[in-house]
Design a protein. Sequence first.
Length: 114
Amino acid sequence: YGVPSRHESQVVRRTVPWLTAESISSISMSPIQDLKGIITPNGLVFERYHAGVPDINPDEHRLMIHGLVDNPLIFTMEDLMRFPSVSEIKFIECPANGGMEWRGPQMEALQFTH
């Protein structure tokens, strides 16, 4: 925990080590200045995580759809990859976009007040 999954070795991240006391709860930022065009690749999307980044082996991962459905289903990653690929342009805005990088002393949530 606290480091990228070993199954994502091709993903490039810029982390902010001074932002949180421990890496188990931190963020990764997109290098926007290095992007070509307006589409952010999946591997460079800003992320906020608590309790670390899970180390999920794609060969063992399962997606279960159950609950208020007629037929519960379980998919492997291989099953999911057989579905046709679909591309859509969407805009996602993080609620923390107003927070800026804080280089001052760490005070409980002070840097994220507006």
